[in-house]
Write a protein that binds this ligand. Sequence first.
Ligand code: URA
Length: 425
Amino acid sequence: MRAVDIIQKKRDGFELTKEEIQWLIDGYVAGTVPDYQMSAFAMAIYFKGMTTREISDLTMTMVGTGQQIDLSEISGIKVDKHSTGGVGDKVTLILVPLVASFGVPVAKMSGRGLGHTGGTIDKLESVKGFQVERSQEEFIKQVQDIGLSVIGQSDQLVKADKLLYALRDVTATVDTIPLIASSVMSKKIAAGADSILLDVTVGEGAFMKNIEDARRLAQTMVELGKAVGRRTIAVITDMSQPVGTSIGNRLEILEALEILQGKGREDVTHFICELAQIMLGLANIEKTVEEVREQLMNGSALRKFEAMIQAQGGDLEDLYRPSSAQYIVDITADQSGFISELPAMEFGLFAMRLGAGRAVKSDNLDYETGIVFEKKVGEAVQSGEVVAKIYANQKISEEMLTEFKKNVRIDVERKKVSEIIEVIS
Ligand code: URA
């Protein structure tokens, strides 16, 4: 076979065979297919798409390019969760201990943030001492002992995705359904859980900009999961504004602690309880959202979270430490009305420039910086009232302040928001 023929076949809109897909992906991982041919292949997929069968073959080929985790030593139904990317998305930090507090084992591998999106692993690393790299034995033992662990994605898992994702990131080929579906599902299948909850984000700050595309991505991934015997449910969630009130690593840890202490905002608390109810259902535990909320309020989830922090070497005193950012700048409203838009992408990029995110993979993070919103979309605001606070370790220029304010959009009419838009099972 020749890479150029496979690229041409896809470019011209034909369906590839399993052997062709496997030859190309294996060659890429082995280094015999160069980046420039893989980029052309990714772009051909971007424009011509893939059939369900091709996506399935691509996914399983990718799974085969690395190790597969065997979680069978952990008793019970293991559940996993994955988000297709968000701004201010600290959901895993609360959802995992909440679900684990019902006795459902959660062995989760998470990623780092890039560009406007944040990563759970970076947030956890903002806690002094917290270890995100564990051997497979340590990972499994911790879940057996305390019921949960969140670690960084092993280098040995789905090697094709590591290479391909980095390439897609710099060739404008991330936001295409076949490549997102195969990237997410290959990692979830290799990570070994029995059941999977997928959070498919939609809106300005997400890869899927409209509900139709989000629905197609969700359906594709649910089918992929089912085809390999993993119970899979996808929820389509709103990413037009940041999740909750904070963006930035330390700031999001603090917000997660507030929610785990039962002192979080009602909307995000309710949203997480709904997700937990679905995730528990995937482990055959039927609870009402109210029962899940009671568990959150009685401190069980917080105790699980603290247990995980300690088990992975984190310092409990440091966990509760406020941000040490040097400058905290209030942003006030220029007019009265209702917050109508807080574009997630723009604020994600703003936080990135403060050091809370990475422009390129090699960037170092400043864990202390970011944004805390005092008002979210749909809420009333008076002229002069504080809408948000910027946490920075650099002086914020007038230009940056103007840019920030421009993105806080205020209208005379109240806009309705809902976090979960649709559930696909
Ligand atoms: N998240 C992933 O893991 N992969 C993608 O391609 C997009 C989002």
